[in-house]
Write a protein that binds this ligand. Structure first.
Ligand code: PNS
Length: 172
């Protein structure tokens, strides 16, 4: 069975990620989307929330599995009995970091190859961080992330605004 792992933060999943998920799933028998539980970063969504959103947005792709992981991507790939690690390349600016990561991963485990898919042009500008910034200012993110993610972000930032208002009210 040809199996690949697409690791990432997916905080939140964007249409760009979804494009890479669909296209890489078409190349393998099974694609495992690995959601990193990163203890050093403070994500907007908990790992459970990110997994839940990904489950929802990939429910129509039959050979995709969503799992969370901690630690090194290569160790997770090995644990999944997969031979490839998938990453998306949006632009030349991604290249340095991705090349460094792929080479480091290959030295750590020479049996695992990284396959790069170039992100479709219409999503080449898109990143989770810019989407979070737009959402934090109340902007429309419907062109950037699937509906379920947009809804969950509105709830998050709505709550943050509410909390801020509460703090201001308490201070006045
Ligand atoms: O979506 P992201 O944040 O660009 O994904 C980055 C990710 C999760 C692929 C990368 O940070 C990662 O693999 N983290 C786990 C630790 C690891 O294996 N680091 C690579 C050694 S260079």
């Amino acid at each position: 069975m040809r199996r690949a792992v697409y690791p990432g933060s997916f905080d939140p999943v964007t249409f760009g990620h979804l494009d890479v998920i669909r296209r890489s799933a078409a190349l393998v028998d099974e694609l495992i989307v690995g959601v990193l539980n990163n203890h050093t970063k403070t994500p907007l969504f908990s790992v459970e929330e990110r997994v839940k959103i990904l489950l929802e947005v990939t429910k129509d792709i039959s050979n995709v599995r969503i799992e969370s992981f901690s630690g090194l991507s290569v160790d997770f790939v090995k644990k999944c009995h997969a031979g490839f690690l998938v990453r998306g390349l949006r632009a030349i600016t991604d290249f340095d970091y991705e090349l460094q990561m792929a080479q480091t991963n290959r030295i750590m485990n020479p049996e695992i190859d990284t396959i790069f898919l170039t992100t479709s042009l219409e999503y080449a500008y898109l990143s989770s961080s810019t989407v979070k910034e737009v959402a934090a200012y109340g902007g429309d993110i419907s062109k950037f992330v699937p509906e379920v993610a947009a809804r969950r972000m509105k709830e998050k930032y709505g709550n943050k605004y509410k909390n801020k208002e509460n703090v201001n009210e308490q201070q006045n």
